[in-house]
Design a protein around this ligand. Sequence first.
Ligand code: MF3
Ligand code: CO
Length: 239
Amino acid sequence: MKVPCRMVAEILSLLADQVTPGITTCELEAIASSEAVRRKAKAAFKGYCNYPSSLCCSPNDQVVHGMPSKVPLKSGDILSLDFGILYDDFYGDAAITVPVGDVSIEVKRLLQVTEESLMLGISKAVSGNRLFDISYAIQSHVEQCGYSVVRDFVGHGIGRKLHEDPQVPNYGRPGTGVRLKPGMVLAIEPMINEKSHEVKVLEDGWTVVTCDGGFSAHFEHTVAITENGHEILTRINNA
Ligand code: MF3
Ligand code: CO
């Protein structure tokens, strides 16, 4: 799984460098799909449950599963990019949220707290802990900072399938849930709203937005639990 995960990390990082006012998410989709092809890999999302694109592009109040659009991004927007690769029968999955041009200090804080919550969750992803130790670490940080955790979508096990058991909610009671063991691989992915946690799916059947129009951020890593800790497979470590 290191191979597809590393590809996801590389491609997301190269996409993040392209995010600037004026670019469209259709252009980002084209880059993502050609970078997968160049690596002889398959973009995991395209065709998954009939999802139409390789890259999920979710600006501003879109939470997840946004589709590439021809509307140019503008300064002050944020953009969540979620990307998955299938290579040699194994999946990798990760997401980032990046600012477009200059964003307000409030919005910067939302991105920072969401990424921090992911890293705090990951810190609990060690052998012997329980699954919802991860969930609680995410939830408590987010709520202490005044934001809310999306409940209708969750992280997941990952491996030979994109979505495997167990589901990994971003809220929960510490000390409960399945015991974590070496060899488990989890996609941990907090989706965090500036205001209410309530979300809805648009008429297109995919795009998830906040009900109140508040911004939403999403960070995700694929994490392997090892004998003595964990390995974040979708992080570029030699940077
Ligand atoms: N990264 C998303 C997830 O973890 C994948 C998007 S689902 C798809 O579930 F249908 F768009 F592929
Ligand atoms: Co995922």
